[in-house]
Design a binder for this molecule. Structure first.
Ligand code: ADP
Ligand code: MG
Length: 255
């Protein structure tokens, strides 16, 4: 099958001399939920920014065999404008693109609904909890109808229960359970949480400490399953153990 995107021998050294990443090579298939797992500072954010085109690699390349699609980016911080309402924040990028106001409004409103924020359209960020702010940030990314969603530790600053709720909601969004005609999204999700990667993804790429290289590429058996029960399923532990073992092996193999 033709991949959605393909990284070949991508490496990045910053001007400071820090060799942050690679070389790494991997393909991402359409419709996948891929997690990049690795210790802090191993180049996960760098890899995501290279994929998004926000940063150019100093060797290797990113290829898009079917053409570069619309990309959404969700950062660890919700980065909302404090003086704009949830709705205004969610359609801001569409306004900047020059989309007619009525359409931008409608899209943003629909997405706030899909992320569970009906009734909060006019609330300001200071009136929202951390989890709700992150929901606005996700709605803002989805309003552009991305085919590829890149997420950089989006739930890392949230408390554990809120994080698990958002994990479940993200799976529903990825499965497109709210219906609609949109295409199925591909998600590349950065996390250093083994449990989160295991729970969310169809595949995990495990990275070594900096400069990040791929130490394992693990197909996960997350489907079919029920969301709540899966955290207690033997298969969940088995998959999590595979990721943990790969992380430990990479730590020990560092010279
Ligand atoms: P991760 O997301 O896995 O924690 P990053 O990709 O953010 O790691 O960073 C990898 C390494 O590159 C770190 O050592 C970090 O300090 C360094 N780094 C990241 N961005 C820059 C930059 N713009 N300039 C210099 N060094 C950077
Ligand atoms: Mg990072």
């Amino acid at each position: 099958m033709i991949p959605l995107l393909s990284l070949s021998d991508v490496a990045k050294t910053f001007a400071s001399g820090t060799h942050a990443l690679g070389p790494v090579s991997f393909d991402v298939a359409e419709g996948e939920f891929l997690s990049l797992v690795g210790p802090s500072g191993c180049g996960k954010s760098t890899a995501l920014r290279v994929i998004a085109g926000l940063l150019s690699p100093d060797s290797g390349e990113v290829n898009w065999p079917g053409g570069k699609p619309e990309i959404g980016f969700v950062f660890q911080e919700p980065t909302l404008m404090p003086w704009l309402s949830a709705l205004e924040n969610a359609h801001l990028p569409l306004d900047l693109e020059g989309m007619p106001r009525a359409e931008a409004n409608k899209r943003a409103k629909d997405e706030l609904g899909r992320v569970g924020l009906i009734g909060f359209e006019n609330a300001y960020p200071r009136e929202l909890s951390g989890g709700m702010k992150m929901r606005v940030s996700i709605a803002r990314a989805l309003a552009a109808e991305p085919k590829l969603l890149l997420m950089d530790e989006p739930f890392a600053a949230l408390d554990e229960m809120t994080r698990q709720e958002l994990d479940d909601d993200l799976i529903r969004l990825w499965r497109n359970e709210s219906g609609g005609a949109r295409e199925k999204m591909t998600i590349v999700f950065v996390t250093h949480s083994v449990a989160e990667a295991t729970y969310l993804s169809t595949r995990a790429i495990v990275m070594s400490p900096r400069p990040g290289r791929i130490v394992a590429d693990i197909a996960l058996s997350r489907e079919p399953r029920s969301d709540i029960g899966y955290r207690f399923a033997p298969q969940f532990s088995a998959d999590a153990n595979k990721i943990t073992q790969a992380l430990w092996k990479a730590e020990r193999d560092v010279p």
